[in-house]
Every structure is written in C-alpha cells, then in structure tokens.
Design a protein around this ligand. Structure first.
Ligand code: KIV
Ligand code: ZN
Length: 524
C-alpha cells in the first residue's frame, strides 16, 4: 500500500512535506521533556495544523516513549505517525509495535556515516555501516512500506560513501532519505550542493523523497533547510519554536512562513494552516516551560510590534511599509476583551472553543471556578488570560498532587512564612514553612510534604500574561533530579499562588517520571 503523502507527491512535485520532530528531537533537549498527556495534546495540535508526518518519539528509549508513540498512533487521524529507531532489530521492532495502531505509519531508522562518527562513536568500518544500512531498512520494510533512512552526521560524510549508502538504502526499500546536518555545521551553499550532488549522482534517487534535517548551532538551520529544498529536497524536518538538541532544530513556523512570504523565490506548497502557528508556539512553550525569546521570528512577542515613531507612522499610512506578513496570517489576533465577572458557563465554553481548545467536563468545572475567582480580582479578562488558565488546567486530571490553598506572610520585616494546603492522592495535607523570602517558604513547604531531596530548582521565572498591575502571573519552574529535568507552569492573579501551582505541576511530572523509569519498566 502506498501512503497518502507519497501518492499526492507523485502528483505535485513542488509540495514540501512538513515532518515535525518536536516530540522526538525537540523533546530530547534538556528541560523539554513532556508527559503522555502533554505529548498527546501537542500531537493533536500538530495534526490539526496540517503537519504531514509527526515523529512521535523514540520507542526503544523507555517505556514512556513507547507508550507515547503508541497512544499517539491510536489517537491521530490525519498525519503519518513516525517512530525513530537505530539500526538494530530491537529498535525497529519497538517502533513497529508502538506504531501498530496508526492509520499511516513510518519507521525512521538511522546510522552515522561520517568518518568521525563511524570511527569514534560506532567503532565500525564503512563496510559494516553499509551492511547495517541495508539490513535495517530491509527489516523495517517488513513492517511498513513507509521507511525513512537517515545518514546521521550526513553533512560531514564523504560524497562517495554517502552516495553508496543512499543508493543501497533506496534499493533496500527506503522511501525517504534524510540528510541531517546533525551538528549544525553546514553552510547553505554547501548543504544545497550536497543535496544537488545526491540528485545528480545516485542512480535510483527518483525512487525516494529527499529530506533535510538541520540543527541550529550556527543559527543556520532554517537557511540550510530552505537551501536544501531549493536544491531539490521535498521534506523538511523541523520543530515548533525550533526546540531541539543544543541550539535546536529548524523552526517549523520560520520555514513555513518563509516559503509563504517569499513564494516568489520558493514556489513550494505545504499543508500547514499558518493561522495556527501562534497557538502552537504558545501551547508548546507553556507545556515545556521554555519561553520564546521576544525577538524570535514569527512567534516572538515583538515579531509584529512597531515601536519607533517612524515605523508607526509608516504603518498607519500603509501596513506594507514595515510589515512583510500580517499578524493574522500567523494567528496573532488583536488582544480581545472577552469576558467579565457576569459571564456564564456558556460564554466561557464558547470562548474556549473559539480559541481552539477542546477540554473535558472535569477540567471545565475547575476552569470555570478559577475563571470566576479571576474575574473577581481582575476587571477585564482577555484571550491571553483564558489561554493561561486553560494551559494551567488541561491535562492535569491525573496529577497526584493538587493545589488547595495558600496563605503567605511576606514583606521586609520577616520571617516570611507560607501556610500551604495540598491534596496528595486525594488526601488533604497542610504545613507551614519559613524561608528566605515567600517563594522559598512555599517551595520548602512542598519539600516537607512531598520529599524530593535530590531534586534541584534549576529555573524560576515569572511573566505577566497581559499588561496592568492586576495582570495574571505565569510562573515556570524547572526541577532537575539525577540529570533529568521537568518543567511546570502555573497561572494566577497572585504571583505566589502561581508559583505554588507551577512547583506542584513540576513535582507531579517528576513523580510520573520516577514511576515510568522504575527498573521493572523497560522497553517492550
Ligand atoms: O540530528 C540528527 O542527526 C538526528 C537523526 C537521528 C535524524 O536527529
Ligand atoms: Zn536531529
């Protein structure tokens, strides 16, 4: 059976496949790990946004990764679901079993091909690597006809050997050939040259789609990806907000908007609903606790802000003077005043749906209560306030620890004391702790009730959701335990309550991680 995207692409030569690896390469980066509910939420969003291929994880890596790929494979209707595997039978079998329920599945298998990686990392000869390419692709084809093969460190691989491997992989059944710039070393002309070289030299190259996968160590990931497409590649591997190993991967929103805005230079089509880019960026950043830098292209807070008088004057006369794409085209609507203290359940439900969320009944009940509390404190409630509350509520049904109440004594005349009440597995617990400042006191209270001595607070960050002194605070907390990091978020009109909520969120993730990584877990 031929998959939907390969059929379509035989018809449309200029269609670029958007392969999102936020849940695999993105999730691999420190501090970006997500739990199952969070991964499902992001996967649904990517599917709705029109991503063609979702790399849902690395199933052999852990029981949690396998489960996430499996649940995503069960849940999604449109995208091809992909699992990553090294060039071993065990890895490929883990991907195959995890992907079993998917309507359309892809197995992605890879091995390093550069002299440096083969000698030092793999300690394998080129002949053994080549054999492994053929074996792994052949084995993967036994499970699906959609197999991607990647030459890890491809951009630093010698031309002759790369051609030999690519030809062998296609002969063994690979339908997509990916050439990663694994260490973000290539320059656009060099990378484009390598793609052209493969098109010119590999005899069976027309039997597969060429793919680009660029890391951003020199800030060139997007430029390299686009240069690769201009040279003939027709798949871009990318992530929301450009998250990923080290400096990250090519940002999906940037490659997509570059192709849309400069269609004169890059006349390629893709399936992405660009109006969902802002929401995707925001949902991911609150989920992983990575704020987007304000001047980040497309989705940064300042990406469409015009500060200088000359620019504002030009914009008033004709928006095109300083605006190459509209805020609406990336889903950045004007902040709307939406609801107030008299708004009822229906109004809130309608608003949530309009913002693109689909939340369950339990989460809605809690959300409505928090909305009413917020409306009592804050006169005007904007879209951003609702989004912050939804992000704080959705996917938390299974949390073992829940926030109940907080009283804090703070100020210059110490001591600062936090009186915190939480529920642990449904049972209410309360404690009072004294700290060096109110936030310290809250976090110490948490440590007393849920011991986690090994965990270190890596990051504590506050930002205001909207303007005004009554704005909600959105707090991010990152904890690190034995080399693993988790992030939590909390929103509230009271910064200290938001801090407690964020800490509790992070702690819930830590507990889940410990549970999932218990030795008896293991890979299926
Ligand atoms: O950067 C890389 O080389 C990768 C491969 C596993 C595709 O992520
Ligand atoms: Zn990568």
């Amino acid at each position: 059976m031929t998959s939907a995207i390969s059929k379509e692409n035989n018809r449309d030569h200029d269609r670029v496949i958007i392969f999102d690896t936020t849940l695999r390469d993105g999730e691999q980066s420190p501090g970006c790990s997500m739990n199952l509910d969070e991964k499902l939420r992001i996967a649904h969003l990517l599917d709705e946004m029109g991503v063609d291929v979702i790399e849902a994880g690395f199933p052999i890596a852990s029981q949690g990764d396998w489960e996430a790929v499996n649940e995503i494979a069960k849940a999604l209707k449109n995208a091809v679901i992909c699992g990553l595997s090294r060039a071993t039978k065990k890895d490929i079998e883990a991907s195959a079993t995890a992907l079993e329920p998917a309507k359309q599945k892809r197995i992605h298998t890879f091995i390093s091909t550069s002299p440096l990686h083969m000698k030092y990392k793999l300690q394998m000869t080129p002949e053994a690597v080549l054999e492994s390419v053929v074996e792994s692709v052949t084995f993967a084809r036994g499970f699906t006809d959609d197999v991607e093969w990647s030459a890890e460190d491809g951009s630093r691989t010698e031309d002759d050997f790369l051609c030999t491997c690519v030809e062998a992989a296609i002969k063994a059944g690979a339908t997509t050939i990916n050439i990663p710039d694994t260490v973000g070393y290539a320059t656009p002309d060099e990378y484009a040259g390598q793609i052209s070289m493969l098109i010119n030299r590999v005899p069976n190259i027309d039997k597969a789609k060429l793919s680009v996968h660029c890391h951003n160590d020199l800030g060139l990931a997007v430029a390299n990806s686009l240069a690769g497409v201009q040279a003939g590649a027709r798949q871009i591997e990318c992530t929301i907000n450009g998250i990923g190993e080290r400096a990250g991967n090519a940002a999906l929103e940037e490659v997509v908007m570059a192709m849309r805005t400069r269609a004169d230079k890059m006349p390629y089509t893709n399936n992405i609903k660009t109006e969902m880019l802002t929401r995707a960026s925001k949902t991911l950043s609150t989920t992983v606790g990575f704020n987007v830098q304000p001047n980040k292209a497309i989705v940064g807070a300042n990406a469409f802000a015009h500060e200088s008088g000359i620019h504002q004057d030009g914009m008033l006369k004709n928006a095109q003077t300083y605006e190459i794409m509209t805020p609406e085209s990336v889903g950045l609507a004007k902040s709307e005043l939406v609801l107030g203290k008299h708004s009822g359940r229906h109004a809130l439900k309608d608003k949530i749906e309009e913002l693109g969320y689909d939340i369950g009944d339990n989460a809605f009940q809690d959300l409505f209560k928090r909305f009413k509390d917020l409306a009592d404190k804050k006169k005007e409630i904007f879209d951003e306030d609702i989004i912050a509350l939804v992000d704080d509520e959705v996917g938390r049904d299974h949390d073992r620890i829940k926030f109940v109440a907080l009283q804090v004594k703070a100020g210059s005349k110490g001591p600062q004391i936090a009186d915190l009440t939480i529920k642990i597995d449904g049972k209410e617990q309360q404690t009072t702790a004294q700290g060096n400042g109110p936030v310290d006191a809250i976090f110490l209270a948490m440590r007393e009730m849920v011991p986690h001595d090994e965990a270190v607070l890596q990051l504590y960050q506050v930002h205001a959701v909207t303007g005004g002194t009554d704005a909600q605070a959105e707090v991010t907390v990152r904890l690190e335990e034995n080399g693993k990091t988790v992030s939590g978020q909390g929103a509230d009109a009271d910064t200290l309550v938001a801090s407690a909520r964020a800490y509790i969120h992070a702690l819930n993730k830590l507990l889940l991680k410990r549970e999932r990584e218990k030795p008896e877990g293991g890979t299926p």
